[in-house]
Design a binder for this molecule. Structure first.
Ligand code: ATR
Length: 289
């Protein structure tokens, strides 16, 4: 436990609900490893109370907050500056109170990129598909665009949301080659390097569900990536693995968005060996519960 004294800085997660969050575990682990005098706690903010919560956090000299469901979009109107990633994604997950201003960031994209690079996923020139068009899909699509994939195929149950994501991306990346497809058309695409699964299908307790079961499609892939981390191997990933495809789950994305947020708040770079040591502790914490 941290040694709290008169110089301890306070940070925390604002959302509703927040009771299942793992962010306090991660950030307090980093604080100990980096010897930074801070504490990170959950803040359950009732609907209708976001504005006073943000103003109160600033008044109380908090250093920063993470923002989660349902406030990632609403919070944007209370900020002074918003970074490009957050604008492309249309959501803020990290805010920093600094010199009387409130800065907003989206570290999901950086987290996803780092988690992917760590295992050797390459983006440039690749043909990719993204299943889903929610928050995780937006961050992943932004990374794909920024890192010059050759083509994005986007599939979502609600087609309008996929079209909206396509339009936003094309506003920021006019050169981007992106198509919205329905599920059956996606299965017929001949060349596919990576499939990013971002829907909630397959998440605990519905562990037998998978948005794609066609082995013919999965066997084309070099990588299958799932934004879900519980279970650690979704049905989608296990089917892909059975075809010799490399797989990655969503735990790294969650972890590395926290790394990036921590670095923004404290103006530090966490050394790679500390990142790896803390990740091992975090993995153990998540999967032994
Ligand atoms: P996250 O922040 O994890 O991305 P989200 O923003 O709520 O969560 O997005 C959930 C995604 O899963 C959406 O793409 C959603 O599809 P819709 O846009 O049609 O709602 C998708 N999804 C959730 N349940 C689904 C289901 N049973 N079948 C197909 N898609 C589903």
């Amino acid at each position: 436990m941290n040694n709290i004294d008169g110089k301890t800085r306070t940070l925390g997660l604002i959302g509703n609900p927040v009771e299942h969050t793992m962010s306090p575990f991660i950030h307090n682990l980093f604080a100990n490893a980096m010897n930074i005098n801070m504490v990170y706690v959950p803040f359950h903010v009732e609907n209708g109370y976001l504005e006073p919560a943000i103003k109160g956090a600033k008044a109380l000299n908090l250093l920063g907050n993470n923002i989660t469901v349902p406030y990632k979009v609403e919070v944007m109107q209370y900020l002074d500056e918003i970074d490009k990633n957050a604008k492309v994604i249309g959501a803020v997950n990290t805010i920093h109170y600094k010199e009387d201003k409130i800065y907003g960031y989206n570290t999901d994209a950086a987290g996803f990129l780092k988690s992917s690079l760590k295992v050797g996923i390459e983006f440039e020139g690749k043909i990719v598909s993204i299943l889903g068009a929610g928050g995780a899909a937006k961050a992943i699509a932004a990374v794909c665009a920024e890192n010059r994939v050759k083509k994005i195929y986007l599939t979502n149950r609600t087609v309008e949301k996929a079209e909206a994501l396509k339009n936003t991306l094309q506003t920021h990346y006019p050169e981007l080659n992106i198509d919205v497809l329905d599920y059956n058309a996606l299965l017929l695409v001949e060349e596919m390097d990576i499939c990013f699964q971002t829907t909630s299908i397959g998440m605990f307790p519905n562990v037998e569900a998978s948005p794609i079961t066609e082995l013919n499609f999965l066997s084309k892939l070099k990588w299958a990536v799932d934004a879900i981390y519980n279970p650690s191997e979704t049905k989608f990933l296990s089917l892909a693995k059975s075809q010799g495809v490399k797989t990655l789950n969503g735990l790294g994305m969650l972890y590395y968005q926290a790394v990036r947020a921590f670095e923004i708040w404290h103006g530090v770079t966490i050394p790679e060996e500390i990142i790896d040591q803390c990740y091992a502790r975090f993995t153990q914490y998540v999967y032994s519960r």
